[in-house]
Design a binder for this molecule. Structure first.
Ligand SMILES: Cc1cc2nc3c(=O)[nH]c(=O)nc-3n(C[C@H](O)[C@H](O)[C@H](O)COP(=O)(O)O)c2cc1C
Ligand code: SF4
Length: 489
């Protein structure tokens, strides 16, 4: 992962925790209304893909066990990981793209409700993404995948007369990288260096041109299924590197009314939202996750993110969850045979900051942007709850954000992974028993390789105990060790 040049190392130390009474009286553990849903506390576990599903995208026993473990900690709300809305092979990504997934998703909701004794609400994050291929072997790419154009013949350092494709491919293979770069188009060069990746601006491809026709229906069918399965609502994934975030992006230059201007960029996200709203009952929560800043050249910055937030809230979204960065645009080049991963560049760092940081440190990078977004909403009479995530691990840290009106709800992603019982422990006045996240991003490294995600603070603990579920290689436990509140010991 990209790291700031300063490379200052931060250690998470929290020696102050509230008593049970202080926690009870706190804002963090006070209820909040989110559209038609009441949360018992302002604590939120944002979506995290743990790679527990299978090639069919099913809710497996491992998926159930993963969320059961989080639900035992009783956060106010859990957002189930990014879940695909298209009925296409998507690797081991959870799917909600057909009614065949309803039974599994229903048992997932039941499991969370049962394990939290009804105290945790549950949303599912629904996602669309475009095609992406692995970085090709250069010989294979030049032999088979490159579509030959007339310009290739003339751009060669020693142009070829005959339109002989096999001679051209051989000539291309003999070029130095520098020469090859000057012969290929920018897109062909990128395909060779990073792997082919579709963009929403590839409107010469009919399936990309038709996205505005297709997506409202796909998102609304997925949301309808979520409601049937018993979820309290959906989080539309409008963040990071995926289709809907690309529509909102300042880099969206589509000329068909769905890009170019801020109004155009907002059009599809709003149409998707309207379609989802229509397909679900009024008791069902609909909100989205979007970015306070894309952190890329020519990307959306916070002043525009404020306007985007206002448009989404004006349209009637029940909540706005705000992340940042996580884009393909500045991702590291993958190895040959590997796929580009959107959390390896600077924008990825801003999404999941690690303990090696700059003078600002890893813990509050999203606070001021989120606070500006919330302020603009309030100036316009919009009280839509705003969820903040990024580097949150401490009670007083979270409580002061709420007290200063910088956010309405606090998201704890990696901290909940490090210790799913954070919420219970803090509420019971047992904060000193919390296992604090060290922000090493070991978990994110596993995610990058599509390996079962675990936390290094617990995944080697008591491995020899009978009945422990282990990773495919048998070296790691899949779930955080159990913790029982004192009364149940
Ligand atoms: C393993 C892992 C998987 C993640 N998967 C998702 C995801 O499916 N959807 C999403 O919006 N964010 C995802 N994220 C980002 C988190 O939701 C969160 O925004 C980020 O980790 C920063 O919050 P934190 O500092 O509390 O961890 C993931 C993060 C991790 C560590
Ligand atoms: S592996 Fe554990 S300690 Fe490291 S960042 Fe992930 S959750 Fe935190």
């Amino acid at each position: 992962m990209w790291k700031p040049q300063e490379r200052i190392k931060y250690t998470v130390v929290e020696d102050q925790w509230p008593t049970a009474k202080e926690a009870e009286d706190s804002q963090l553990f006070s209820p909040i209304q989110v559209g038609p849903m009441k949360l018992d506390s302002r604590t939120w576990v944002p979506a995290m893909v743990p790679w527990r599903s299978n090639e069919n995208g099913d809710v497996t026993e491992d998926v159930l066990a993963w969320y059961e473990r989080f639900a035992r900690g009783k956060p106010g709300l859990i957002v189930v990981e990014a879940t695909g809305i298209r009925d296409i092979p998507s690797g081991p990504l959870l799917r909600i793209s057909s009614d065949k997934y309803l039974a599994g998703l229903t048992s997932l909701v039941d499991t969370i409700k049962r394990a939290s004794k009804g105290e945790t609400r549950v949303l599912i994050q629904i996602i669309d993404f475009l095609q992406i291929r692995r970085r090709p072997d250069p010989t294979k790419y030049l032999d088979r995948h490159l579509t030959i154009r007339p310009e290739h013949y003339t751009a060669l350092p020693s142009p070829l007369d005959a339109k002989n494709e096999s001679a051209l491919r051989s000539a291309l293979k003999a070029l130095s990288l520098e020469q090859l770069e000057s012969v290929l188009s920018a897109k062909e060069w990128e395909d060779l260096q990073y792997g082919y990746r579709e963009r929403i601006t590839d409107t010469h491809l009919s399936h990309i041109a038709r996205l505005p026709e297709l997506l409202p229906q796909l998102f609304s069918a997925a949301a309808r299924r979520a409601e049937i399965a018993g979820f309290d609502g959906v989080e539309l994934h409008y963040a990071h590197a995926y289709t809907m975030a690309s529509y909102l992006s300042a880099t969206n230059t589509r000329k068909d009314g769905y890009g170019n201007t801020l109004k155009g960029r907002l059009r599809l996200p709003l149409e998707v939202y309207q379609a989802v709203r229509k397909s679900c009952s009024k008791n069902f929560v609909v909100g989205c996750r979007f970015l306070s800043d894309e952190i890329i050249n020519h990307g959306t910055r916070v002043h525009e993110a404020c306007l985007i937030a206002k448009a989404l809230a004006d349209a009637g979204m029940d909540f706005l969850s705000v992340s940042r960065g996580g884009k393909f645009d500045d991702a590291k080049q993958p190895r040959v045979g590997g796929a580009v991963y959107p959390y390896t560049g600077r924008s990825g760092y801003e999404c999941m900051p690690s303990y090696i940081s700059d003078a600002q440190g890893p813990f509050g990078r999203n606070v001021e942007p989120v606070s500006l977004i919330r302020e603009l909403l309030h100036q316009n009479g919009l009280n839509t709850p705003v969820v903040l995530a990024g580097g949150q691990y401490g009670f007083y840290q979270a409580e002061s954000l709420l007290k200063q009106n910088k956010a309405d709800i606090v998201g704890f992603a990696r901290q909940a992974l490090a210790d799913p019982d954070w919420f219970q422990k803090v509420k019971l006045g047992l904060g000193n028993q919390v296992r604090l996240c060290k922000y090493t991003n070991y978990c994110e490294g596993l995610d990058q390789k599509h390996k079962q995600v675990t936390c290094e603070l617990w995944d080697r603990e008591n491995l020899e105990q009978p009945g422990i579920d282990k990773s495919h290689d048998g070296k790691r436990r899949l779930l955080a060790p159990m913790w029982l509140p004192p009364v149940n010991r």
